[in-house]
Write a protein that binds this ligand. Structure first.
Ligand code: SAM
Length: 212
């Protein structure tokens, strides 16, 4: 669990209102510009009947898409206690709730981490201060395919995130966003025995899929 009082402030940033807005956007416009191509790349390599681990599942929009694309069962973590209800309603609305085990809490604090064929983290590594243990933990649990997205390390992403973190500090929210080094992320994943098979991105985000 993220702690009884959420000392890192995830609940204030990743709130129920934020989750509900993300679900409305998903229902109107579909997935965001990183989740959609990441899932397409996974589908090209075959995910039918596989098990999934999603860390930072948020409003469960990618999760329902992956389940509807053929993933058999999933374990989903999110550190923010605000997401569970909204994600649960989306899963229930599509009759997928029995195929998902939802765990609220910090993935790295869990003592019963499971292996999965497919591991998916969209825009999550940048929301956690400790890149190395998070990437090492999810890479170690990947049976076949790992998909990660993170901000590009460009002057404009770093500038925007500095402004965002300044705003959070002014509002006394302890949560921060991080631009972890994409090369260091890729090196850690390679060291875990995975090799890159697909990549892409937008002006601000990049994503990559690795296979074991
Ligand atoms: C920017 S949101 C992205 C949510 C979702 N992946 C999406 O693309 O809509 C990042 C999410 O990661 C979660 N998160 C960050 N670090 C985490 C950790 N160590 N364990 C579990 N969840 C985490 C946050 O609570 C938040 O919901």
């Amino acid at each position: 669990m993220a702690g009884c009082c959420d000392p890192s402030g995830y609940r204030r940033v990743f709130s129920s209102a934020q989750a509900a807005k993300a679900v409305r956007n998903f229902e109107r416009k579909g997935l965001d510009g990183t989740a959609a191509p990441m899932i397409a790349a996974l589908q090209e390599r075959g995910i039918f009947g596989s098990t999934l681990l999603e860390v930072g599942a948020g409003p469960a929009t990618a999760l329902v898409t992956l389940l509807e694309a053929g993933v058999a069962r999933a374990v989903a973590y999110d550190i923010s206690p605000s997401y569970e209800k909204v994600a649960g309603a989306l899963l229930q609305g599509r009759g997928l709730q029995d195929r998902v085990e939802w765990r609220t809490g910090d993935y790295l604090a869990a003592d019963d981490r499971n292996d999965a064929d497919v591991v998916f983290l969209n825009r999550v590594v940048c929301c956690y201060p400790e890149m190395a243990p998070l990437v090492d933990a999810v890479a170690a649990r990947t049976g076949r395919l790992l998909a990660l997205s993170y901000p590009r390390r460009r002057w404009y992403t770093r500038g925007a995130i500095r402004v965002m973190n300044g705003y959070l500090a002014l509002r006394r929210v302890p949560f921060r966003v991080f631009v972890h080094d994409p090369r260091a992320i890729a090196e850690r994943v390679s060291a875990a025995g995975l090799h890159p098979v697909a990549s892409g991105g937008t002006a601000t985000w990049e994503w990559r899929v690795w296979e074991r």
